[in-house]
Design a protein around this ligand. Structure first.
Ligand SMILES: Cc1cc2nc3c(=O)[nH]c(=O)nc-3n(C[C@H](O)[C@H](O)[C@H](O)COP(=O)(O)O)c2cc1C
Length: 184
């Protein structure tokens, strides 16, 4: 049975214990009511994904948050494998594939470089919205509403105090009915 306001947070960081941003963000959501934090690299250290278990988790939640550090403008590989294997034809798309229709997809992304590098003419030339398009279009294809992402940009610039604010803001953000403005 799906809980109406249940939120599934898929955390995909290959070294979560050594991480600064994602570890803190994940900790903020752990033990929160109606929020399931699912750490992919801990659950599947060998990379072998239990597809039925993952599909069941998706069915039980209304909002799905994909939380990851930006690796070469995309996600770490286990999250890509999770998407490839879990969003099966006949289940998530194609004939009869309507299981995710009406759900919501949100990204929560950390990056090494600061915001100003993510624009035309900057070091990375493109905005986060542009670079994260494959996730946006995957949501569209699956009949999911794509929500604005929660982005923690520029790890060297983020102070410990700011990280605490990001962590607090994250709890509010993932629960928000219409998340839009980043807290920064
Ligand atoms: C393989 C790899 C690729 C990365 N690619 C990018 C990138 O494309 N853009 C960027 O801003 N940072 C990039 N980074 C930096 C990470 O995004 C950054 O260290 C991470 O988001 C920090 O979060 P954490 O403290 O949770 O590890 C990369 C890091 C690694 C290890």
């Amino acid at each position: 049975m799906q809980e109406q306001n249940a939120i599934l947070v898929i955390v995909a960081h290959p070294e979560l214990e050594a991480s600064r941003i994602n570890k803190r963000l994940a900790a903020a959501l752990e033990h929160q009511e109606n929020i399931t934090v699912h750490k992919l690299y801990e659950v599947y250290p060998e990379g072998k994904i239990d597809i039925l278990r993952e599909q069941q988790l998706l069915l039980e939640h209304q909002r799905v948050v994909l939380q990851f550090p930006l690796f070469w403008y995309s996600s770490p590989p286990l999250l890509k494998a999770w998407m490839d294997e879990t969003f099966q034809r006949g289940w998530a798309h194609g004939t009869g594939g309507d299981k995710l229709h009406g759900k919501e997809l949100m990204l929560a992304v950390s990056s090494g470089s600061p915001d100003y590098m993510y624009q035309a003419g900057g070091v990375h030339n493109f905005s986060y919205s542009e670079l994260l398009r494959p996730f946006q279009q995957t949501a569209n294809r699956l009949g999911m509403a794509y929500l604005p992402p929660y982005i923690v940009s520029g790890i060297r610039e983020v102070t410990d105090d700011q990280l605490e604010q990001y962590a607090d803001g994250y709890i509010t953000y993932v629960r928000s009915a219409a998340p839009a403005a980043m807290i920064r």
